[in-house]
Ligand binder design. Structure first.
Ligand code: DLZ
Length: 197
């Protein structure tokens, strides 16, 4: 029997004309890494060109909204100028981590993004920190999405413990990698956004 959860059956969307920006937090890196891989795998499987995927990292989930906003603005500026292109890691001067190996190393094409994906993992601690960040980041990401008109896929895991996070990153045997859903959602929304324009 099909699971009640998940996005359900959808048609295959062709991502070959899309530019996708990914911003991921570095907190909880061991969980971020498989999520980012799952996301990228589905983008590539949907036809998105490696050179049209830009990956940026920020310290923690708190920084995701501002980074997504800036990344989108920068891509719009690029589309009106020539001679510069965004490449992985250069937006916020982010340091090189193992995760950047998952980023495109080729120079990226210019032009505004068709969809953005924000990836972070918030794990509840003993204080109210989790609640404040989860609420603010969710609200911030929605605001960026509506203000820019660029679909922004919500890749923020808000979990009670590490086990729950691992089970949503496809790390535990038999578990599903939610990053794959985020990659597919970005392609679907990127294609539909062009149709809606
Ligand atoms: C400080 C903090 C804590 C305690 N927990 C997390 C977390 O579980 N996931 C995450 O992505 N980031 C965490 N951070 C870092 C904040 O998001 C942020 O980077 C810092 O407060 C600096 O603004």
């Amino acid at each position: 029997m099909a699971s009640l959860k998940g996005p359900g059956e959808a048609q295959q969307f062709d991502g070959s004309d899309l530019r996708i920006g990914i911003v991921h937090a570095r907190w909880n890196t061991s969980i971020i890494e498989p999520l980012l891989k799952g996301t990228k795998d589905k983008l590539l499987a949907s036809g998105v060109k490696e050179s049209n995927i830009v990956v940026q990292s920020v310290p923690g989930s708190w920084e995701l909204p501002i980074a997504c906003s800036k990344l989108f603005s920068a891509s719009q500026v690029q589309s009106t100028t020539t001679g510069s292109s965004l490449s992985a890691g250069d937006l916020l001067g982010s340091s090189t981590t193992d995760l950047t190996a998952l980023a495109s190393s080729a120079p990226t094409a210019t032009g505004p993004f068709d969809a953005l994906i924000a990836i972070g993992v918030l794990i509840k601690g003993e204080t109210m920190h989790f609640e404040y960040i989860a609420d603010a980041v969710s609200t911030g990401l929605m605001r960026v999405q509506l203000d820019t008109g660029c679909p922004l896929i919500f890749g923020l895991l808000t979990v009670l413990n590490e086990e729950q996070a691992l089970a949503r990153a496809g790390v535990v045997s038999g578990s599903h990698n939610h990053g794959e859903d985020w990659g597919l959602a970005a392609v679907e929304l990127g294609v539909k956004r062009k149709e809606w324009a």
